[in-house]
Design a protein around this ligand. Structure first.
Ligand code: MGD
Ligand code: MGD
Ligand code: SF4
Ligand code: MO
Length: 698
C-alpha cells in the first residue's frame, strides 16, 4: 500500500468472478473509498474491470449486510454473541447426528466458496469433521460435466483443458457468453480485447448459442442452435473431421461411434445446416491452430458429460491439445493437482436416497437435495456461501424442504431467499475485508500468473472470516467427540507453504515476494505440459472411456425421438437462462448502481413466437413448466431463436422475509421456480437447465 498525505492506494484482485481483475482503490484518511479502477500494472488484467468491481464498495457499506450472528425467533431476528451462536449450532448438530447418524446433517456450498482462499483451505477439514455423505454444492448445477470428462480422459477432475485464447487462430465458443460472464473455466480478464485480438491477427471466432448474445454480436459468425442439441452437433463435427484425417486405432473407434451422426442427419435436430457444420469442421481442421471451448450452456443440459468429452475429442483430433493455440493446461504457483493420486475413483461410491443419483468427488447431485430432505434422511442443514433456493432447480420445492428441517444454519452475509430458513446465520467478512490468493482460478487461467492481496480494511474485533467460522465449528465438533485438535494453521501459513514447495518455489517465488508486488507476478504464457500432468493408468489420454461410450446409447434413443418430430406436447417452448454483466448469480442485486435502469428480468421471445400467441412487447404473461409458474414481462427480440424463451438466472427476491431492500425493490422472478429437478444429465447427475419445456398462459 502506498501512502500519500491524505489518501492511500490499495491494489488487490477482485474476487467476484473468475477473471480475478487487478483493482486500484483509493481511500481517504477516514477510510472512505474514493475510487475503484482497473490496475494498469496488473500483468494479467492490464487495467480491465467491469461494473461489478465498484459493487465491492456497495457490499462493504451495505446496511443489510449482517455483521453479527442472528437467531430467528417467533417475533423476528435477534442478534446474539458469537459464543452463544457457536454453542447452540454445535449442540444442535451433534444432537441430531447422535440421534440419526452423521448423514442426517446436509451441507450445501455455494459459488463464493471457491472465490475465497480461506474457505477453500478450511472447508475440507470442517467437512471431514462433520463426516456426512449428504454433501452438495453448486458444482452439480454448473461444471460437473467438465470434471467428469477430465477425470475420465486425463485422470483427474481438475485436469481441465483451457483455451489458449491469446495464441489461437480459430476459436469455437459453444454455450458461453464471456462478454457477460467474463469467462468461466477460462480465467480471462479483458476477454473482449483478447477475442478481438484473435481477429486482429487474422483469426476468427464463432459462437453457437440459442441466443445472439453480446459475445455472438462481436463474433465472425453466430449460429443459432436448438437448446440441448449440442451433443448431435459435436458428434457430427467428430464425424466430419474423422472422415478427413488419418486416424489412430483409437480414433478409428471414435469415428465408428459418430458414424450415425452425419451433418445431414443432425441438421434437422440442431437447426444448423449440413453446409454450416461442414464449414465449421473444415475451419477447425484447417486453421493453423484452433480450439473448441464449451461452457455453461453445454454443461447444464441432458448430455452435458458427453458434450464436454466430445469437445476434448475434437481438440485432440485436430491436434490442438496441449499445444500453443489449442486447449492447454495451466501451471499455477499453487497447484491443486499437487497431491493428485493415480487410479482414484471419484464416482458413484454412494448414491442419493430417493433417486439413487451418483456421488461425484464427495458430493451428491444438488437436484436430489430437496427430495432427500423431504424424504426425511436429512434433518439438519448447513448452507455456506450459497443461495440454492434461487440457484437450483425447483426452488419452491427446496423452500418447502428447508421449512421442514429440524435445524438449519447459514454461513452468509445476508438474510436472503435461502438463509431466511436458518435458525442461526453466522455472517463472515467479505470482499474488501478479506485477504485473497486465488487458489482455484489460477489453475484455470489462460496465462500463468500469481497474485496475493492483503485486506483493504481490517475487520472489527467482533467479525469473523469465513475460515475462522469453519475452523471454530470444526474444533467444537471435534472437541465434543473428544478428539485432539491439531494446532491450527491459518490460510496464510498454508499459502506460504504451498508457494515454497510449489512449482515456482525453486525459482524463488514466495508469499513474501507476492506481498511485495501487489500487482501480481507474471509467470508466462501457457506451455505444453500434459505429459507430466496426465495421471491415467497408462499415462495416455483415454479417448473413449467406457462410462462415456455407454452413454451414447441414450443419445441414439434421443436422436430417434427427435427425428420423428412429434409435436405432441403442450409445453412447446424451450426455456434457457442468461447472465447480465451487472449481476452475479443471485446475490449482487442489493447494490443500487448495479440494478438501476430498465428491468432486466424479462422473458425474451422471438417476434414470430410472440405473434403466433398474440403477445405484445412488455405485456405480462404467465409462464409455466411441470414444476411451477411465474408472471413476467415480455421482451420481444430477434436476438433469440424462435420457440426458445429466456429468463435471467438469479432474480426472485420477493419471497417473504428476505432482508435485502434494494434487491427486493427490483425483485424479478426466479428462473429456478420453473426449472425441473427431474431434468438432469443422467451420466453425471448435473442439473439440466437448458431447454426446459414451458408454455405461456395469458
Ligand atoms: N437456472 C439456472 N440456475 C443456475 C445457473 C444458471 O445459469 N441457470 N447457474 C448456476 C451456477 S453456474 C452457479 S455457480 C450457481 C450458484 O449458486 P449459489 O452459489 O448457491 O448462488 P449464489 O447466488 O452465488 O449465492 C451466493 C451466496 O453466498 C453469499 N455470499 C456472498 N459473499 C459471501 C462471502 O464472502 N462469504 C459467505 N459465507 N457468503 C457469501 C451470498 O449472500 C449468497 O447467499 O447457480 C447455478 N444455478
Ligand atoms: N456478470 C456475471 N458474470 C458471471 C456470473 C454472473 O452471474 N454474472 N456467474 C459466474 C458463474 S458462477 C459462471 S459458472 C460463469 C458462466 O459463464 P458462461 O458459461 O459464459 O455464462 P452464461 O452467460 O450463462 O453462458 C451460457 C450461454 O449458453 C447459452 N445456452 C443456453 N442453452 C444452450 C444450449 O443448449 N446450447 C448452447 N450452445 N448454448 C446454450 C446461453 O444462451 C448463454 O449465452 O459466469 C460467471 N460470471
Ligand atoms: S470481470 Fe470479474 S473480476 Fe473483473 S472486475 Fe468484473 S467482477 Fe471483478
Ligand atoms: Mo457457476
Amino acid at each position: 500500500m502506498t501512502q500519500s498525505t491524505n489518501t492511500r492506494t490499495h491494489y488487490r484482485a477482485c474476487n467476484l468472478c473468475e477473471a480475478i481483475c487487478g483493482l486500484e482503490i483509493t481511500v481517504n484518511e477516514h477510510n472512505e473509498i474514493l475510487t475503484i479502477k482497473g490496475d494498469e500494472k496488473d500483468p494479467f488484467s492490464r487495467g480491465h474491470i467491469c461494473p461489478k468491481a465498484v459493487g465491492l464498495k456497495d457490499i462493504y457499506l451495505d446496511k443489510n449486510r449482517l455483521k453479527q450472528p442472528v437467531r430467528r425467533t417467533e417475533t423476528g431476528w435477534e442478534e446474539i454473541s458469537w459464543d452463544e451462536a457457536f454453542t447452540e449450532v454445535t449442540a444442535k448438530l451433534k444432537e441430531i447426528q447422535t440421534q440419526y447418524g452423521k448423514d442426517s446433517v446436509g451441507v450445501y456450498q455455494g459459488n463464493p466458496s471457491v472465490h475465497n482462499s480461506g474457505t477453500m483451505l478450511s472447508a475440507p477439514a470442517f467437512l471431514r469433521a462433520l463426516g456426512s455423505k449428504n454433501r452438495f454444492s453448486a458444482t452439480s448445477a454448473d461444471q460437473l460435466p467438465h470434471h467428469f470428462a477430465a477425470w475420465q480422459m486425463f485422470g483427474h477432475p481438475l485436469l481441465l483443458p483451457i483455451p489458449d485464447i491469446d495464441h489461437t487462430d480459430f476459436m469455437l465458443i459453444i454455450g458461453a457468453n464471456p462478454l457477460a460472464s467474463n469467462g468461466s473455466l477460462m480465467t480471462v480478464p479483458d476477454v473482449a480485447n483478447r477475442l478481438k485480438a484473435i481477429q486482429k491477427r487474422g483469426g476468427k471466432f464463432v459462437v453457437i448459442d440459442p441466443r445472439k448474445t453480446e459475445t455472438a454480436k462481436i463474433a465472425d459468425q453466430h449460429l443459432f442452435i436448438k437448446p440441448a442439441t449440442d451433443v448431435f452437433l459435436l458428434l457430427s463435427i467428430v464425424h466430419e473431421i474423422a472422415n478427413q484425417i488419418e486416424l489412430s486405432e483409437d480414433a478409428e473407434k471414435l469415428k465408428d461411434l459418430a458414424k450415425f451422426y452425419s451433418p445431414e442427419t443432425v441438421s434437422r435436430i440442431t437447426g444448423i445446416t449440413a453446409e454450416q457444420i461442414k464449414k465449421l469442421s473444415q475451419d477447425l481442421l484447417n486453421a493453423k491452430t484452433s480450439v473448441v471451448y464449451g461452457r455453461m450452456g453445454v454443461s447444464v443440459q441432458a448430455f452435458g458429460g458427453l458434450c464436454q468429452w466430445l469437445i476434448n475429442c475434437i481438440n485432440i483430433l485436430t491436434n490442438n491439445i496441449d499445444s500453443v493455440g489449442g486447449a492447454m493446461f495451466p501451471q499455477p504457483a499453487f497447484d491443486l493437482l499437487g497431491r493428485a493420486k493415480k487410479g482414484e475413483n471419484y464416482f458413484n461410491r454412494w448414491q442419493s436416497a430417493v433417486r439413487k443419483l451418483p456421488e461425484f468427488d464427495g458430493e451428491l447431485p444438488v437436484s436430489a437435495m430437496a427430495e432427500d430432505i423431504l424424504a426425511g434422511g436429512i434433518k439438519a442443514f448447513i448452507s455456506i456461501c450459497g443461495n440454492p433456493v434461487l440457484s437450483t432447480s425447483n426452488g419452491v420445492q427446496l423452500d418447502q424442504a428447508l421449512d421442514s428441517l429440524e435445524y438449519m444454519v447459514s454461513v452468509d452475509i445476508y438474510i436472503n431467499e435461502t438463509s431466511r430458513h436458518a435458525n442461526i446465520i453466522l455472517p463472515p467478512t467479505t470482499g474488501l475485508e478479506v485477504a485473497h490468493y486465488d487458489v482455484v482460478f489460477h489453475n484455470l487461467a489462460v496465462r500463468n500468473t500469481a497474485k496475493y492481496s492483503e485486506p483493504l480494511f481490517e475487520k472489527d474485533n467482533n467479525q469473523r472470516h469465513d475460515w475462522e467460522i469453519l475452523e471454530e465449528l470444526k474444533n467444537r465438533i471435534l472437541t465434543e467427540e473428544g478428539a485432539v485438535i491439531p494446532s491450527p494453521k491459518n490460510p496464510e501459513e498454508k499459502l506460504a507453504m504451498a508457494m515454497q514447495f510449489g512449482p515456482y518455489g525453486k525459482q524463488g517465488l514466495t508469499l513474501q515476494k507476492l506481498k511485495e508486488n501487489p500487482h501480481g507476478e507474471d509467470l508466462g504464457a501457457l506451455r505444453p505440459c500434459l505429459k507430466e500432468k496426465l495421471i491415467t493408468d497408462n499415462q495416455e489420454i483415454n479417448l473413449k472411456p467406457a462410462l462415456i461410450v455407454k452413454d451414447l446409447e441414450r443419445v441414439k434413443i434421443n436422436a430417434d425421438k427427435l427425428l420423428q418430430e412429434t409435436t405432441d406436447t403442450d409445453f412447446n417452448l424451450k426455456l434457457i437462462g442468461r447472465r447480465h454483466l451487472r449481476s452475479n448469480n443471485s446475490w449482487m442485486h442489493n447494490a443500487e448502481r448495479l440494478v438501476k435502469g430498465r428491468d432486466r428480468c424479462t422473458l425474451m421471445i422471438h417476434p414470430e413466437t410472440a405473434a403466433k400467441r398474440g403477445i405484445i412487447n412488455q405485456e405480462k404473461v404467465q409462464i409455466e413448466s411441470r414444476v411451477g409458474r411465474v408472471e413476467i414481462s415480455v421482451e420481444i427480440t430477434e436476438d433469440i431463436m424462435p420457440d426458445v424463451v429466456s429468463i435471467p438466472h438469479g432474480f426472485g427476491h420477493a419471497r417473504a422475509g428476505v432482508q435485502m431492500d434494494i434487491a427486493s425493490a427490483h425483485a424479478g422472478v426466479s428462473l429456478n421456480d420453473l426449472t425441473d429437478e427431474l431434468l438432469i444429465d443422467e451420466l453425471t447427475g448435473n442439473s439440466a437447465f437448458s431447454g426446459v419445456p414451458v408454455r405461456i398462459l395469458r
